[in-house]
Design a protein around this ligand. Sequence first.
Ligand SMILES: [Zn+2]
Length: 140
Amino acid sequence: MSAGSIELMTMTPPPGWRWPNFMPQEMACRHCGETYYWPDFMDRLQAARDQVGRPFRVLSAHRCSLHNARIGGAPRSQHLRLAVDIALHGHDARSLYRALRQTGFTGFGFYNTFIHADLGPLRRWFGNNSARKEWHNWLD
Ligand SMILES: [Zn+2]
């Protein structure tokens, strides 16, 4: 690639990309564009998106190990494979969580402004005490 090339800026999904509401770029490492191809994860994410019927704003998805370390991510974070942090703005938090759970996500982090979902071990955590209080009303 030559200097000034914009190949990485293309908005056209590669052949075989079957998740109409997500772009490869939003699932890639924000720091270097590294991707982690996991069709089953994407099928579930698309199913949750279809169920909710509202756009998902993905704040963070795959992270390369360098980026994960730089931002203080857990050393064995599921983001090193694939995980999503979805902004809560514009969503009913409970509906969003339920859709993610029903489509098979197993790991959940509850924060004030976003929800983390992954396909790792069954677990839940809260970003801080105020997130815990807020989410407590919505979890069953
Ligand atoms: Zn990176």
